[in-house]
Design a protein around this ligand. Structure first.
Ligand SMILES: *Cc1c(COP(=O)(O)O)cnc(C)c1O
Length: 382
């Protein structure tokens, strides 16, 4: 048994207001399915991000699924995807029987490389088959380089879905992440910067498209006096209780961003001078929410591998994770195309090999963070 309580990677952090909103929902018996908190939460998120509309759904993955269907993605269509991401970015491509093609990261932001994206478009052009959509991820809460990426996508006339599941509260050139594509999505999964216990949001300036998504998200029920259906639909709507939690969380989002950025600064200050130790850079075009602090180890300078450090921390009951295993390396996607940032070098492979996600919760105490720092120092001395 460990004498210390477990330190989690990114646990939920409630403000107190969530419970009040839930009580209100109970008092009015608006438990489910919809209700006033859902509508209010959508309005508040849309206003926060600066878009015309938002649709509250059951997960970030569901929001991506709806976005791709709105863009007409179907059987056999190509969708360009960031390779360095969580599987939730890409599974919706498979739900629609479409084909993902993976794009490497660039070293400045770790997000989709404009160079690799351009290569993929040239390939598609030669093939005579353009992608139906490009899904661009804001990794670990850092914005992708949207001016460069959107220039390329606009040139080829292909719409973008911004997967800002990890980047709520982050900005690119002063504008909120989640607003750069034709559609954007947030996730409120349990480990994200704010959580509703589980949920997601689809964002867009196209309110007509959001109406269509609402129809699909509620089992595609036609306007008729009986239950009539002409299209395939899903049960994807967010409940009133879940939205109540979200409204409470939204009031503290900016505080949560500040707290996570401080967590990052303390790690960097304590560990950044150790030879071979680095951190995920912050690109000068935006402000990251630092959802997770990612430390890197240069294998030529450190005696231990990231997996060894993670195991050492686990022995002290500290939860850490490797960087996402890139999608092009997943058994599920062995047959898929992948375009690299440099000819013979995959940046996402390198990041996967050297990165460690550290406990980054906004409720992480100074003492607990010191425990993590001490344990990392100890493990690096081996
Ligand atoms: C969490 C996450 C998702 C999926 O969100 P869920 O709400 O868990 O479905 C999608 N993409 C990225 C990059 C994520 O981190």
């Amino acid at each position: 048994m460990n004498k210390y309580p477990r330190i989690y990677l990114s646990p939920p952090h409630m403000s107190g207001l969530e419970e009040l909103y839930i009580k209100e929902a109970f008092a009015s018996n608006w438990i489910a399915p919809l209700g006033p908190h859902v509508t209010a939460f959508e309005k508040e998120v849309a206003a926060y991000a600066g878009v015309k509309g938002a649709l509250a759904v059951s997960s970030g993955t569901a929001a991506i699924h709806l976005a791709l269907r709105l863009l007409g993605v179907g059987k056999g269509d190509i969708v360009f995807c960031s390779s360095l991401t969580f599987i939730g970015s890409v599974n919706p491509v498979l739900y629609l029987d479409a084909i993902p093609v993976f794009i490497d990261s660039e070293p400045e932001s770790w997000n989709m490389s404009p160079i690799a994206l351009e290569k993929a478009f040239k390939w598609a052009q030669e093939l005579g088959k353009m992608p139906k959509a490009v899904i661009i991820v804001d990794l670990y809460g850092q914005s992708a380089d949207f001016d460069s990426l959107l220039d390329i996508c606009n040139h080829y006339g292909v719409p973008v879905v911004e997967d800002a599941a990890e980047a709520m509260g982050s900005t690119y050139k002063g504008k909120a992440c989640g607003t750069f594509g034709k559609f954007g999505i947030y996730s409120f999964n349990g480990n994200k910067i704010i959580t509703t216990s589980g949920g997601g949001m689809l964002l867009s300036d196209d309110t007509e498209a959001l109406e269509k998504a609402l129809y699909w998200a509620t089992q595609a029920r036609d306007k008729a006096p009986w239950y009539q259906h002409s299209e395939i639909g899903y049960n994807y709507r967010m409940s009133n209780i879940v939205a109540a939690i979200g409204r409470g969380q939204l009031t503290v989002l900016d505080e949560r961003v500040k707290a996570r950025r401080k967590v990052f600064e303390r790690y960097k200050e304590a560990l950044g001078n150790i030879p071979g130790v680095g951190f995920m850079p912050e690109a000068n075009f935006g402000q990251a929410n630092r959802w997770l602090t990612v430390m890197t180890l240069d294998p030529t300078e450190t005696a231990v591998t990231p997996i060894q450090v993670i195991e050492e921390l686990e022995r002290d009951s500290i939860e850490c994770r490797p960087v996402w295993k890139p999608m092009h390396l997943q058994p599920l996607f062995t047959d898929c195309m992948f375009f690299t940032h440099e000819d013979e070098i995959s940046i996402s492979d390198q990041l996967f090999a050297c990165g460690i996600c550290l406990p980054s919760g906004s409720s992480l105490t100074l003492d607990d963070q010191q425990r993590v720092i001490d344990c990392i120092k100890k493990s690096l001395k081996k």
